[in-house]
Design a protein around this ligand. Structure first.
Ligand code: SF4
Ligand code: SF4
Length: 139
């Protein structure tokens, strides 16, 4: 994995990776090579349908999850890295959380406490996903 040592005025995060981490995987034994996932994928070139089973390049995948939704054979699944997240937290690995507005629905009247909870369990910084969306709309 390539990483760059970024100059950080806060000095808190050190090494920052600029590569997309894999969030989807293909279970080759279940894939029937129907290419529905490729038709649905907004980043066509991250898929390779030339073999026995579809493969894809995780460095180009934007993690939208559309391929999981359309695959009727259970051959596309999300990578669950929750255990890794917990282990990293325990070991003090700096982690930044990007919180979606959907937490207001998931946590009801308690959602205003959510950022404080994340900081309490060791998350170094919290960003609002809707702020990123706003920047995208304005750019
Ligand atoms: S939709 Fe599923 S079964 Fe069809 S090619 Fe894609 S991964 Fe394979
Ligand atoms: S998660 Fe989205 S971008 Fe990635 S392979 Fe699936 S459909 Fe394509």
């Amino acid at each position: 994995m390539t990483s760059h040592q970024l100059k950080n005025p806060y000095g808190a995060f050190g090494k920052v990776t600029t590569e997309l981490r894999p969030v989807i995987r293909v279970i080759e034994e279940k894939c029937v090579n129907c290419h529905r996932c490729i038709m649905a994928c907004p980043v066509k070139m991250c898929n390779n349908g030339s073999g026995e089973a579809v493969t894809f390049n995780s460095k180009l995948c934007i993690g939208c999850g559309e391929c999981i939704y359309v695959c009727g054979h259970g051959a596309r699944v999300g990578i669950d890295d929750f255990d890794q997240f917990i282990n990293d937290l325990k070991q003090g690995v700096p982690i930044i959380a990007v919180v979606a507005p959907a937490i207001a629905a998931s946590f009801g009247g308690e959602y205003l406490k959510f950022n404080g909870y994340l900081k309490k369990i060791g998350i170094k910084a919290v960003f609002d996903a809707s702020f990123g969306a706003e920047l995208t709309v304005k750019s």
